[in-house]
Ligand binder design. Structure first.
Ligand code: 15L
Length: 278
């Protein structure tokens, strides 16, 4: 006997790194997943509906949002790129996603924002609240701040529930000292998405981080919507750092939340100018 569908979720960016990590863990009895990506999505026996195309395509996004209870927007570029590409895929893509959701009467939208929206905040000032004002470190960081602003507009004007999650580093395990601070375990990511999907109308920003002993960020705003992380990166610390201990606080990776993205290797404007001159 087939289960009746009681909840339908649209997950954009389903073929990306986070899409592949989180998608299988989102399955629930009675929940239908609709997966969308510009890249082909690997087939599976998950019963999910698969749609291929861009989050900037309004007609496709309206079709994808029809009959959906919540949109989990992970689509767009997940790392730094040229201004034009970031503008199109991430800023315009966020607008199209929220507008298509509004047109189709979707009540809940969860936005995959990033720590890079505030990447230039120094790490030595105490726990950073989730609603710290933008201090982006890259074009990508600007696009995440813009995504949050568009989400805020749609919540205020149309009474939608919009939760922007400033994701730290969502991986199976943290690969370096910085990510011991910014780690979000896949299991906690699902706890957070489940809380955000059920959040009341209004706009909020929450940190996408686990309950890390070495945290840089405050979990308070997430707790207010029922997100209580259970994992701690500390279990990986000994194996990761060995006898070496942490890098010094002024190490480029540790001085700002955005880590190396705040350094010269991520200076896209200068790189773009140099490339256009050759
Ligand atoms: C992000 O926003 C990126 O999508 C991801 O690739 C990581 O670099 C992460 O931030 C991070 O800062 O660790």
């Amino acid at each position: 006997m087939t289960e009746a569908v009681s909840q339908r979720l649209l997950f954009t960016g389903a073929a990306g790194q986070l899409g592949r990590l989180l998608r299988p863990r989102l399955a629930r009895t009675g929940r239908e997943l609709r997966l969308l990506d510009i890249a082909p999505i690997d087939s599976g026996d998950d019963g999910a509906v698969r749609l291929q195309g861009s989050v900037t395509d309004m007609a496709l996004m309206e079709q994808a949002c029809a009959g959906v209870d919540a949109v989990l927007h992970f689509g767009g570029l997940s790392v730094e790129n040229t201004w034009q590409r970031v503008l199109d895929a991430n800023i315009n893509g966020s607008y199209v996603t929220l507008e298509a959701a509004r047109r189709q009467g979707v009540r809940h939208v969860v936005l995959a924002s990033s720590n890079h929206a505030i990447g230039y905040i120094p790490t030595d000032r105490g726990l950073i609240p989730a609603d710290a004002p933008p201090r982006p470190d890259t074009n990508y960081g600007v696009s995440k701040a813009a995504m949050e602003a568009i989400g805020s507009l749609y919540a205020d004007r149309y009474g939608m529930s919009v939760t922007a999650v400033r994701i730290g580093s969502c991986l199976e395990r943290p690969p370096n000292a910085r990510m011991l601070r910014t780690w979000l375990s896949p299991a906690d990511a699902i706890r957070l998405l489940d809380a955000a999907i059920a959040a009341p109308p209004g706009f909020r920003v929450v940190w996408g981080a686990s309950r890390n002993t070495r945290a840089w960020v405050s979990l308070e705003a997430g707790e207010a919507i029922g997100y209580f992380p259970q994992d701690d990166s500390e279990v990986f610390a000994e194996a990761l750092l060995g006898g070496r201990g942490d890098p010094p606080p002024d190490d480029q990776m540790m001085a700002h939340v955005g880590g190396l993205w705040c350094g010269p290797d991520w200076d896209t404007a200068v790189r773009e100018q140099a490339e256009s001159a050759t």
